[in-house]
Design a protein around this ligand. Structure first.
Ligand code: OFO
Length: 169
């Protein structure tokens, strides 16, 4: 059985994961408006990933006899200065999520809740990938600079991303 403290912290993380999907949907719409269909599609896949993260947390809370309590979702930004600025926003957000996962692991250890600690290790590894994939896109945008042709090539590359659902337990 989850402690109240752990249950509250996991519920707060569920809200953060759903906010992540909302933020990336807003970014996807921004890219669509900028005629960058590849970047828009990349972000739509990110939306699905985030929802799968939320689902993983919800399933876990249920499995441990906790109660999922969905809270309201904060309004995300809807416009960015440039494609690079949007991906910098995504990078900042992923760093924030990594630190939130680290705090959850810290709490699980403090409470000697080793089941939660073990469950959270999937997210610790996932955040390495999440941060790396956004950093890779930023690197590509920086290399392309403001050249229109380079931007189109990156957009095409981003459009080739496919969604691979993580195993949801
Ligand atoms: Fe982007 O990893 Fe979940 O929030």
């Amino acid at each position: 059985m989850l402690s109240d403290k752990m249950s509250d912290a996991l519920n707060s993380q569920i809200n953060k994961e759903i906010f992540s999907s909302y933020l990336y949907m807003a970014m996807s719409m921004y890219f669509a408006a900028e005629d960058l269909s590849g970047a828009s599609s990349w972000m739509r896949i990110q939306v699905l990933e985030e929802l799968s993260h939320a689902e993983k947390f919800m399933n876990y809370v249920n499995e441990r006899g906790g109660r999922v309590s969905l809270d309201s979702i904060e309004k995300p930004a809807f416009s960015w200065k440039s494609p690079l600025d949007a991906f910098h926003g995504a990078q900042d957000h992923e760093r924030f999520i990594s630190s939130s996962i680290n705090d959850l692991v810290g709490l699980a250890r403090e409470e000697k809740d080793f089941m939660s600690d073990n469950f959270l290790q999937w997210f610790v590894a996932e955040q390495v990938e999440e941060e790396a994939s956004v950093s890779e896109v930023i690197r590509m945008f920086k290399l392309a600079g403001s050249a229109g042709g380079g931007l189109l090539m990156i957009d095409k590359e981003l459009g080739s991303r496919v969604f691979t659902p993580p195993t949801v337990n």
